[in-house]
Design a protein around this ligand. Structure first.
Ligand SMILES: [Zn+2]
Ligand SMILES: [Zn+2]
Length: 143
């Protein structure tokens, strides 16, 4: 008896796109060849997507007529990557939230300081380079 406590979890990363051709019955590929899901009739298709069976990913789904997709190996791999990214994302979000809290605790309300104005040096007006205009022509002085 495996009681599934993971109810109402974020299942977004577990969804797979259902093969449209398969839905029309025209996909010539088998489910292990097609890059889209070929769900069994018992699967619940929602908006052209199915939720993969989490237990199946763990290799321990014992439900008959499971309403979740039991993905073929290549889709399983894809889901495992999704799951990992999902975890990383969640961790990053948690870390970011923590950092924000920390920053707020140290310096309340100072996260978004506007950049100090640059004092734009008038580089064009500068460097008058005196002497540049010294005339090469010198007036002849009577000796
Ligand atoms: Zn297909
Ligand atoms: Zn299952």
């Amino acid at each position: 008896m495996a009681s599934n406590m993971a109810h109402m979890r974020d299942t977004k990363w577990l969804t797979l796109e259902v093969c449209r051709e398969f839905q029309r019955g025209t996909c010539s590929r088998s489910d292990v060849e097609c890059k889209f899901a070929h769900p069994a009739k018992s699967c619940q298709v929602d908006n052209g997507r199915v939720i993969a069976c989490f237990d199946s990913l763990k290799g321990r789904c014992s439900r008959e007529n499971c309403k979740y997709l039991h993905p073929p190996p290549h889709l399983k791999t894809q889901l495992e990557i999704n799951g990992r990214n999902n975890l990383i994302q969640q961790k990053n979000m948690a870390m970011l939230a923590q950092q924000m809290q920390l920053a707020n605790a140290i310096m309340p309300g100072t996260q978004l300081q506007p950049m100090p104005m640059f004092s734009v040096a008038p580089s064009l007006a500068s460097s008058p380079s005196a002497g540049a205009f010294s005339p090469t022509w010198a007036p002849c002085r009577p000796a």
